[in-house]
Write a protein that binds this ligand. Structure first.
Ligand code: GLU
Length: 400
């Protein structure tokens, strides 16, 4: 008997990751011989620093090729806890037992969403936000609630905006600073106020801090520094972005002990643990701080130079609504003037830019803001400047 696939109700609303799809489309076009400037992927173009690569090779030679604990190797969890303790005073008691190492920060976010939220729960998502937040909340069969950020304040949200979107079913909030896709950074005061509200209301906070080390103006505050308490807080981070280690797949969560146990149990059935060799490479990244910090400073300097070079191009079109990024490596801008009345101006613009100008970017619909587009500047400066020049030219031509 032949069987036709029909999706289970688990994935009734599931959509493929647009951020991943764009970069795969760009790669496919390149393979066909087209000259494509790929500003779609949010992936550092730098190689993983040499001392980390060496640690990975040494781990292979040392025979670290067996299963590890579900929650990751103890020294790595201890290193994460040690770094977190430096944020004190409320982090001073954090230990390895509060940490779960996962298959990239994406899995930590999924672990947290799946273990915290379920049918009937609503989760507030300051929007625009990374495409996978909405999908993860839906896969947990909870409801993502879009809380639109303020265009006059870099599309960030305030406590009043969260309050206005809340209902008795609100169970959690997803925070992300620096923000993917906008590059906006919440100040310590702004973040502290959001966290105070969430704590007072008994909402869980999942704080995604994967871009925190990529900050241009001043250090981005961690939720661990400004939260009134840790009992409703899950902080997620990883090595992918700051250490240029995307493919190694190492992320982690810091969370209250009972939740940590639940996430460990969940992960033990879903993926067990991330690659043993990757964990040892990440251990070098987190414990050889002098070398790691030097590498990060060097990469951040290059992101800043690219950002500033592209900002000089954007300066030629002051009427283009653009968020000036203070962190991460994305530009976010509103292209609706190029397609007045179009329900998905960002998608129409991105399609034209790819077909006519050979530049891959991500439509804002992926981040629930369809008038906007995201440009990644985690690419060589020449490509960034050329890609942004073409995007700005297309926008100027279309809006006439
Ligand atoms: N987070 C990156 C991005 O937004 C990498 C791809 C992904 O997992 O979404 O492009």
């Amino acid at each position: 008997m032949s069987l036709e696939f029909s999706p289970s109700s688990n994935i009734a609303l599931l959509r493929e990751s647009a951020t991943i799809a764009v970069s795969q489309r760009a790669k496919a076009l390149k393979a066909e011989g087209r000259a494509i400037i790929d500003l779609g992927a949010g992936e550092p173009d730098f190689d993983t620093p040499a001392f980390i690569r060496e640690a990975g090779k040494a781990a292979i030679d040392a025979g670290h090729s067996h299963y590890t604990a579900t929650e990751g190797i103890l020294p790595l969890r201890a290193a994460v806890a040690e770094m977190a303790r430096e944020y004190g005073p409320i982090t001073s008691s954090l230990v390895a037992q509060d940490v779960v190492i996962s298959n990239g920060s994406k899995q930590s976010l999924f672990n947290a969403c799946f273990c915290l939220f379920g049918p009937g729960d609503e989760v507030l998502i300051p929007t625009p936000a990374w495409t996978s937040y909405y999908e993860m909340v839906q896969l947990a069969r909870a409801t993502p609630v879009v809380v639109m950020g303020d265009p006059a304040n870099e599309l960030k949200v305030t406590p009043a905006m969260l309050e206005a979107a809340a209902t008795p079913r609100t169970r959690g909030v997803m925070l992300n600073s620096p923000c993917n896709p906008t590059g906006a950074v919440y100040s310590a005061d702004e973040l502290g106020e959001l966290l105070a509200l969430c704590h007072a209301r008994g909402w869980w906070v999942i704080a995604d801090e994967i871009y925190r080390r990529i900050s241009f103006e001043h250090e981005t505050p961690s939720a661990l520094q400004v939260a009134p308490a840790l009992d409703n807080l899950v902080v997620v981070d990883g090595v992918a972005k700051a250490y240029a280690m995307t493919g190694w797949r190492v992320g982690w969560s810091i969370a209250p002990r009972a939740l940590t146990k639940a996430m460990t149990a969940f992960q033990s059935h879903a993926t067990f643990h991330t690659a043993s060799v990757s964990q040892y490479a990440a251990l070098a990244a987190l414990t050889r701080r002098g070398e790691a910090d030097a590498a990060i400073v060097e990469m951040v300097a290059q992101y800043r130079a690219r950002r500033d070079a592209a900002l000089r191009v954007f300066a030629g079109v002051p009427s283009l609504p653009l968020i000036r990024p203070a962190g991460a490596f994305y530009f976010y801008f509103d292209v609706s003037a190029a397609f007045p009345g179009h329900p998905e101006a960002g998608s129409a613009f991105a399609a034209r830019l790819l077909e006519e100008e050979g530049v891959a970017i991500v439509p804002g619909a992926a981040f629930r803001t369809p008038d906007w587009v995201r440009v990644s500047y985690a690419s060589p400066e020449h490509d960034v400047v050329e890609g942004v020049t073409r995007a700005v030219r297309l926008w100027s031509d279309l809006k006439r």
